[in-house]
Design a protein around this ligand. Structure first.
Ligand SMILES: NC(=O)C1=CN([C@@H]2O[C@H](COP(=O)(O)OP(=O)(O)OC[C@H]3O[C@@H](n4cnc5c(N)ncnc54)[C@H](OP(=O)(O)O)[C@@H]3O)[C@@H](O)[C@H]2O)[C@@H](O)CC1
Ligand SMILES: [K+]
Length: 511
């Protein structure tokens, strides 16, 4: 799914009105009615106090439409118009008139702190103050109102965007932004919903297809994509009936050191679970018995050093090589990576200490084969590309790095970002249970395995990140977040692959 900017969405809005020959008021009615349906499906008539805070633009207009439908369905609704300006939009005014015809409880005008209502923990707050039209920070008494809503701990549903959140920049420190529990957003996700600095404002997210012009949406050039099941499934290559293990790649996992042999074991397990035909490991001698016992399906070669890697077996023929997990950063191991990069011509996967070695020895970056995949977590990324000012700056620096060295970067996080040149792919699978030791080692194994199975490096990274997240979802649903171990993620990769082609059943379709 394309992630769009506020400008692109406004343009899609205009084109839809032209091409579908509807008014903007009709489009607002359509969008806001979908929101009402979602609320009604969940509340099911519950008599809880609903407080709708409307701005004076079209986000506020949406709020008025939602409130009208709620009132007509018997809900207990109080509407507040947050009068941060006297410049009402046409569609706001039209819906204000409609509201007057169905209720005598007119909206209450908030012009300052004196008009603030009481907001209780048990209230249901609908935030329709600002949407994609926000163009400067919220200030003064409106900022105080945002604080009041946040402090109330009332369940807060944001319409389109949490008010105060920009679609294209990070709010400053102490900025007033609604901390939503749930955001229902129109047509396309916005990048800020997924960035570490801004995602917490959004709460749970649902995108509503409000029927904007398909042709225009298909034509829009968007370099940022959200990766969900359909996108991941489109990358998957089915196995052929008439095939043998030689068709699915021979991966070589290079890493480990004394006390950190478990890491390579996890990576190799994940590679085999993702379907590699053959898996070999190159590790220090101390890991030999551990790996042969822990993973009998793998083959093991050992370095002459018993505790660390010192060289690379250059005559070894593998389809893809992965380097770094548990390797340490000793000078001898730097030499091992240099040997590897001097002998391998195909894209490699570099993770963990492999990345730290690259950061400390920047000249090695020039030896990386084109389209190699680097999988840093934010700390490793900082060492690679330097400090950034905010998440937008981070993405710019990451794109520059990807272009300079011609590599695919996977920035790991709650939503991992895969970057190649100017293209960004935001992953939407996974859960907090995956924040556990060894989770990254498993991811490297999945991506390496896909590369070995002839996936293009970018596809291997995007699909690998998605499958890893989905495996974690299966592990968490069985075990609970706290009990997910990295090995559990590896064990569930098969389920994640099968799930690519299982359609979600909506609650309404069950039974
Ligand atoms: N696109 C679509 O497909 C559809 C969009 N729809 C809905 O429209 C929403 C966008 O509506 P919108 O353009 O009227 O802007 P909105 O967010 O209501 O802001 C209102 C005005 O506030 C002002 N302002 C800005 N910052 C400020 C500040 N800090 N403090 C004070 N004032 C400030 C600024 O005006 P200014 O003062 O700059 O002239 C701005 O114009 C969108 O999010 C969605 O909910 C759906 O109905 C249908 C389909
Ligand atoms: K809002």
């Amino acid at each position: 799914m394309k992630i769009l900017t506020a400008e692109q969405l406004s343009e899609a809005d205009k084109r839809t009105i032209e091409r579908q020959n509807i008014t903007s008021e009709e489009l607002m009615e359509r969008a806001a009615t979908l929101v009402f349906n979602e609320i009604h499906n969940r509340l099911n008539g519950a008599p809880i106090p609903i407080k709708v805070f409307c701005g004076i633009g079209n986000n506020g207009g949406d709020g008025l439409v939602i409130a009208r439908h709620l009132i007509q369905h018997g809900y207990h609704v109080t509407i507040y118009v947050v009068n941060y300006s006297d410049k009402r939009s046409d569609d706001f005014l039209a819906n204000y008139e409609k509201l007057k015809s169905i209720t005598n409880d007119w909206p209450q005008l908030i012009k300052g702190e004196d008009n603030f209502p009481e907001i209780n923990t048990g209230d249901f707050v609908i935030d329709a103050m600002f949407g994609i039209g926000l163009n400067r920070p919220i200030e003064g008494w409106v900022a105080k109102l945002v604080g009041l809503i946040n402090d109330s701990k009332a369940f807060t549903l944001a319409i389109d965007m949490p008010s105060g959140l920009f679609s294209d920049k990070v709010p400053g420190n102490d900025a007033a932004v609604i901390e939503a529990d749930f955001t229902l957003s129109f047509q396309a996700p916005k990048l800020v919903f997924f960035l570490p600095e801004t995602m917490d404002y959004v709460g749970d997210l649902q995108i509503l297809d409000i029927g904007l012009d398909r042709e225009f949406l298909a034509e829009i050039k968007a370099p940022i994509h959200l990766i969900e099941k359909v996108e991941a499934a489109s990358l998957y290559k089915p196995r052929k009936t008439n095939s043998h293990k030689g068709d699915y790649g021979h991966v070589l996992i290079v890493g480990g050191s004394y006390g950190k042999i478990g890491s390579v074991l996890l990576t190799a397990t994940a590679a085999l679970k993702t379907g590699s035909g053959l898996c070999s490991l190159y590790i220090p001698e101390c890991g030999y018995n551990i790996v042969q016992t822990g993973l009998p399906e793998a083959m093991v070669l050992t370095d002459k050093d018993s505790e660390q890697l010192t060289t690379y077996p250059e005559d070894f023929e593998a389809d893809v090589v992965c380097f770094g997990m548990g390797a340490g950063t000793s000078q001898k191991t730097v030499g091992a990576l240099e040997d590897l990069l001097n002998s391998v011509k195909e894209p490699v996967v570099i993770d963990a200490d492999g990345l730290n070695i690259l950061s400390n020895n920047k000249k090695l970056l020039d030896l990386l084969p084109k389209d190699s995949v680097l999988t840093p977590h934010p700390g490793e990324l900082k060492r690679l590309i330097g400090e950034w000012q905010d998440d937008f700056d981070k993405l710019e620096k990451a794109k520059d790095f990807s272009k300079k060295y011609d590599v695919v970067l996977v920035i790991k996080g709650a939503h991992s970002f895969t970057i190649k040149g100017d293209e960004i792919y935001v992953n939407n699978s996974g859960n907090p249970g995956m924040a556990t030791a060894g989770s990254g080692d498993v991811l490297s194994g999945v991506i390496t395995s896909l590369l070995g199975q002839s996936y293009e490096p970018l596809s291997a990274a995007i699909l690998g990140v998605y499958l890893h997240g989905r495996s974690g979802d299966f592990a968490a649903s069985e075990l609970g977040y706290e009990s997910v171990l990295a090995g559990d993620i590896a064990q569930n990769i098969g389920k994640a692959v099968k799930d690519l082609f299982q359609s979600e059943m909506k609650d309404s379709e069950r039974n």
